[in-house]
Design a binder for this molecule. Structure first.
Ligand SMILES: Nc1ncnc2c1ncn2[C@@H]1O[C@H](COP(=O)(O)OP(=O)(O)OP(=O)(O)O)[C@@H](O)[C@H]1O
Length: 273
C-alpha cells in the first residue's frame, strides 16, 4: 500500500516503447508531455535533434520554444516522457547554456575571467588546464576587451561574448542558446553571430538556438524546426544546407531566400490555424 502511495506522480499519458532516432541523432525526445496550469503545452511530443548541427527553433508567440529547450537542458521539469543524449541521460551529458539576459547570467562579484573559468573550476581542473583552455577561448573569440574587468564594466556585447565563452569553456556536447542576440545592438549581433558560426565550425558542437528573427534563424541553421501553436507539435523541419562560413552574400543565395520564404509560409499557416 505505502509503495503505491509513494509512487511518483506522472501525467495520465500512456507510456509507449522507446524508439531510437535515425543514425546521426544526438538528442532523442519521446512522449514529452508538459502542462502549465492544467493546459497542455506539449503532449506526447517526439523529436530527433541531429548531432553536430545547429537547429533553430522558430514558431508562434508562446508556443513553447524556450520551454522546449529549457526542458531538454533540465531547467524546467517535464511531466512525462524521455530525453536522451546519445542514449545517455542529462546527468551524464555536458551542456552549456547562453541566456538572453546576459546581465543576470554572470556573477557580478567575479571578474569576467573568473566567470568564464567558473565551470572549469567546478570540474576540478588544475590551474594549468584552466589557463590553457582560457587561452584557447580568448584566441578563438579574438577577445580585444579586458577580461579582468567585472561584467558590469563591459558593454552588452562584450558581456554576451563572455557568457558564450563561459558556456563553451568545458567543451559541452550541446549548447543551448535562448535568443542570445535579442538584447544586443545590430553591430554586436552581427559580430557574435559570426563568432558563434566560427566556433561551431571549429568544434561541431550540437547547438539548439531559439530566435525570433527568421533571417537569423535560417542563416545560422542546418535545420529550422518550425513549431505549431499550442498544444505544440512539429509543423515542419526544413533542412538548410548552404556551405559555411555563411556570409552577407549567403543572404541573397536562392537556397537561403527559398528556405526563408518557406519558413515564413509555414509560420503564417500555423499562426492563422
Ligand atoms: N511557469 C509557467 N507557468 C505557467 N505558464 C507558463 C510558464 N512558463 C511558460 N508558460 C506558458 O507556456 C507557454 C510557452 O512559453 P514559452 O516562453 O516557452 O514560449 P515561447 O514560444 O518561447 O514564447 P515567446 O515567443 O513569447 O518567446 C506560454 O503560453 C507561457 O505563458
Amino acid at each position: 500500500m505505502s509503495a503505491v502511495l509513494n509512487a511518483p506522480v506522472v501525467a495520465d499519458v500512456p507510456q509507449r516503447p522507446f524508439v531510437p532516432g535515425p543514425a546521426g541523432t544526438h538528442i532523442t525526445i519521446r512522449g514529452l508531455t508538459k502542462y502549465f496550469a492544467g493546459w497542455p503545452l506539449y503532449e506526447n511530443f517526439d523529436l530527433d535533434i541531429p548531432k553536430g548541427r545547429i537547429v533553430s527553433v522558430f514558431g508562434p508567440n508562446g508556443c513553447g520554444k524556450s520551454t522546449l529547450i529549457n526542458m531538454i537542458a533540465g531547467l524546467i521539469p517535464i511531466d512525462a516522457g524521455q530525453i536522451l543524449f546519445d542514449g545517455k541521460s542529462l546527468k551524464d551529458t555536458k551542456i552549456g547554456y547562453v541566456f538572453q539576459n546576459y546581465r543576470e547570467a554572470m556573477f557580478p562579484w567575479m571578474r569576467t575571467i573568473d566567470n568564464i573559468a567558473y565551470p572549469l573550476k567546478l570540474e576540478g581542473r588544475s590551474k594549468a588546464e584552466v589557463d590553457r583552455r582560457m587561452a584557447e577561448l580568448v584566441a578563438s573569440f579574438d577577445v580585444k576587451f579586458d577580461l579582468n574587468r567585472f561584467p558590469y564594466e563591459l558593454s552588452g556585447g562584450q558581456q554576451q561574448t563572455a557568457s558564450i565563452m563561459r558556456a563553451l569553456a568545458p567543451k559541452p556536447e550541446v549548447l543551448f542558446l535562448d535568443e542570445p542576440f535579442s538584447a544586443l545592438d545590430f553591430e554586436m549581433t552581427l559580430f557574435i553571430r559570426e563568432k558563434l558560426q566560427e566556433v561551431f565550425m571549429q568544434t561541431g558542437t550540437t547547438m539548439l538556438l531559439v530566435s525570433h528573427d527568421l533571417e537569423e534563424a535560417v542563416y545560422l541553421a542546418d535545420e529550422v524546426l518550425l513549431l505549431t501553436k499550442r498544444p505544440t507539435r512539429v509543423a515542419e523541419i526544413l533542412r538548410y544546407e548552404d556551405p559555411r562560413p555563411r556570409t552577407v552574400a549567403t543572404l541573397s543565395e536562392p537556397s537561403f531566400v527559398s528556405t526563408k520564404k518557406l519558413s515564413l509560409e509555414i509560420f503564417q499557416r500555423e499562426v492563422r490555424r
